[in-house]
Write a protein that binds this ligand. Structure first.
Ligand SMILES: *Cc1c(COP(=O)(O)O)cnc(C)c1O
Length: 398
């Protein structure tokens, strides 16, 4: 007999983004759809833009592009790179490698600096390559490699690039919120964030900060990219110069974003980053206490938004994830792309997820599912080790 029952929804979405959205965001997103030239909507859009600037802590222009963060990444490539431009692409994971497709598409010439996908980029290697290749114009990099659960030192890398006058394109889609990101001080010309990761918002928009040097490079490109969904310059002309939209924005998504950013600022960006880092540390401690190894080569480069756990030899990680999801309603993430099977990911991103209650539940169901698999487990060993690290947590502190 076939079972036509619809799949039960999970109790906890602890996947690596999109993550569960707070009730308040759902309520505030459910406002009536306005005409985009209604003065109330223009005010809402301007307010949302100014909130995004505060979340980035930047005075650079902040563009809200109307599509998933991938749109922002492709738009940055399309708006900056022209045939023959040399681009240093830093690869420490799946997203870094993926960016090369965009460089290729726009005729750029890639110089690749790659490290194993459990490692991080060394800023001194970047310096060496820039010294040897003075014609490199751009450097693309990923801050938080979500699929690897690792983080790159983009502050140091960005500052090396600035010394050489190289324009940086930075994917911090899952970075901002789990760390403070300061575009001006870190040498980030274009920094791209997705609301659906550490900010705990809806998927569907790109937040992008753009430095004056990046604007200038876009305007100098021959020909400058105009009249395209990928054109960042069209947003500059329309929104910043003429106070109109190049096309209809996703009105409902903007409501959700306004709410998401407001909530992040209420917590405070510094505190939100600290929370991610503390919970991540506790999660790693719990996983290790259960006898598992981290995917990241070193604890210092483990990402604060997701813990990637190396799949032990002979361990059926598909079964683990299936048990957690089907029996107990806890959704976690597999390895992505070429990392599939090699690791699985326990995520802790966004204000709704970054909390001792949620981490305790995640690790408890991890233990329960291990026992279901016949894997030796002492109940409470992982949860206990994690909770022991959380003495500093305090909801009442601000
Ligand atoms: C989520 C994510 C993206 C964007 O991918 P989507 O398919 O738009 O969700 C890009 N880079 C990184 C590092 C990410 O984590």
């Amino acid at each position: 007999m076939t079972n036509n029952k619809p799949t039960a929804w999970p109790r906890l979405n602890l996947a690596a983004g999109p993550v569960e959205v707070p009730q308040r965001t759902l309520r505030e997103a459910a406002r009536p759809i306005l005409y985009h030239y209604d003065p109330a909507f223009k005010e809402c859009f301007a307010h949302t833009t100014s909130l995004a600037k505060q979340v980035f802590g930047t005075e650079y222009d902040l563009v809200i592009m109307q599509g998933e963060a991938i749109l922002g990444l492709e738009a940055a490539a399309a708006s900056l790179i022209s045939p023959g431009d040399k681009v240093l692409n830093l690869v420490s994971g799946v997203f870094g490698k993926w960016f090369q497709d965009f460089i290729d598409r726009h005729g750029g010439e890639t110089v690749e600096l790659a490290v194993p996908y459990n490692e991080a980029i060394d800023p001194e290697e970047v310096r060496r390559i820039l010294q040897a290749n003075p014609d490199i114009r751009f450097c693309s990099m990923v801050h938080s490699e979500t699929p690897s659960g690792t983080i790159n030192p983009i502050k140091a890398i960005g500052n090396v690039c600035r010394e050489f006058g190289v324009i940086t394109l930075v994917d911090t889609v899952s970075g901002l919120g789990s760390e403070l990101v300061v575009p001006e001080e870190w040498g980030l010309d274009i920094a791209i964030v997705g609301p659906q990761k550490c900010l705990g918002g809806f998927p569907g928009l790109t937040l992008m900060s753009v430095s004056p040097a990046a604007w200038e490079a876009m305007e100098r490109r021959q020909p400058a990219l105009r009249g395209s969904f990928l054109s960042i310059l069209d947003w500059k002309t329309a929104w910043f110069e003429e106070n109109r939209f190049p096309y209809t924005p996703s009105v409902g998504e903007i409501y959700a974003l306004e709410s998401t950013l407001t909530q992040a600022l209420e917590i405070g960006m510094e505190r939100l980053a600290w929370q991610h880092q503390l919970i991540a540390h506790a999660c790693r401690t719990g996983v290790k206490a259960l006898g598992f190894e981290l995917w990241a080569a070193r604890e210092e480069i483990a990402a604060p938004c997701v813990t990637a756990v190396r799949t032990p030899d002979g361990f059926d990680e598909v079964r683990l994830r299936d048990l957690m999801r089907r029996k107990y309603g806890v959704m976690i993430s597999p390895g992505y792309g070429e990392l599939n099977g090699k690791l699985f990911r326990l995520s802790h991103m966004g204000p709704g997820q970054v909390h001792p209650t949620v981490l305790a539940a995640q690790l408890a169901i991890f233990e329960r599912s291990l026992a279901d698999m016949g894997h030796p487990v002492q109940f409470g060993a992982g949860v206990g080790a994690a909770l022991a690290e959380l003495g500093e947590w305090d909801d009442a502190a601000s």
